[in-house]
Design a protein around this ligand. Structure first.
Ligand code: NAD
Length: 282
């Protein structure tokens, strides 16, 4: 299908240094797009190298790949990133706004209850997942409104679509707000030819929970809540990201698209993942 092609298009991916962002950047580069990878970590240079086949890479990029160190929490840095891309590549066709963090205690962990969670933890996650997205959305929209075209794809989460005891308050709240931000932006930008959609992944094996080994019981509990009985892999998101980025989805905007191995088809999470009942209130 020709409408799926993005070769020659200019793409920005935030949070591109690892995980889902890197997988989407790799897919765009393999399709022949000019891909700008942005990440707060300078390992983004190494990550970009793996796409091109430079150094130790075995990549399949047929387009240009450009790494940038950029902290999405810094509005001036985001402005400079977006303006720099337009100056270097002439335009910005596709933005995959994906930078995100977690790591705060879930409802099931010590410190995760609403009256225990520190405001610093709340802010740490909101600053990246919500405020950082706002800065990126604002500057990408500014450019795309002007050029009267563009596709923005945002990484939300299934944790933004329902309560989730296995995830922290600020993560659930930030991703719920992300969904609202995507819908509101889609509403505004539609008349400028700019589409805005969200991916909502379920559990995906990435560095977001840290790079060390994960507790086996938690890994198994997540797996057991997925009908396809496995965690997602970053590449599982790339196909839908390409569809939403390309003209193949030309009449799709404001949508939140779940990719979770069927987990959301369940009406509730397994009861063994709920917080233990308090005997005094039953
Ligand atoms: N892994 C999952 O289970 C899962 C599920 C649903 C949604 N998500 C979302 O997917 C997105 C990608 O996460 P991932 O799972 O690939 O994790 P990841 O940790 O592998 O990748 C996230 C990247 O974002 C970067 N980043 C963090 N803070 C940043 C900042 N301030 N500025 C720029 N870059 C920053 C990190 O350095 C990292 O390279 C996030 O928005 C996350 O919330 C992940």
């Amino acid at each position: 299908m020709d409408t799926l092609r993005i070769d020659g298009q200019v793409v920005l991916v935030t949070g591109a240094g690892s995980g889902i962002g890197l997988a989407v950047a790799r897919a765009c580069a393999a399709e022949g797009a000019t891909v700008h990878l942005a990440d707060v970590s300078d390992t983004v240079h190494e990550a970009a190298g793996t796409l091109t086949g430079n150094g130790s890479g075995t990549g399949t990029a047929t387009g240009t790949v450009v790494p940038h160190v950029c902290d999405v929490r810094e509005p001036d840095a985001v402005r400079a990133l977006v303006d720099g891309i337009v100056a270097a590549s002439g335009r910005l066709d596709i933005a995959f706004l994906n930078a995100g963090v977690n790591g705060a205690p879930s409802l099931l962990q010590p410190g995760g209850a609403i009256d225990e969670l520190s405001f610093a933890e709340w802010r740490r996650i909101m600053d990246v997942n919500l405020d950082g997205l706002f800065h990126c959305l604002q500057h990408c929209a500014r450019v795309m409104k002007e050029q009267r075209s563009g596709s923005i794809v945002v990484t939300a989460s299934t944790a933004g679509l329902r309560a989730e005891p296995r995830v922290s308050y600020p993560y659930v709240a930030s991703k719920s707000a992300v969904v609202g931000l995507v819908r509101q932006a889609a509403l505004e930008l539609a008349r400028f030819g700019v589409r805005v959609n969200a991916l909502a992944p379920g559990p995906v094996v990435t560095n977001i929970g840290g790079t060390g080994p994960r507790p086996a019981a938690a890994v198994a509990a997540w797996e057991n809540s997925v009908p396809m009985r496995r965690w997602g892999r970053p590449d599982d998101l790339a196909g839908l990201a390409l569809l939403l980025a390309s003209d193949a989805s030309s009449w799709m905007t404001g949508g939140v698209h779940v990719v979770d191995g069927g987990a959301s088809a369940l009406t509730q999470v397994p009861s063994d993942t709920l917080p233990a009942p308090d005997a005094t209130t039953l």
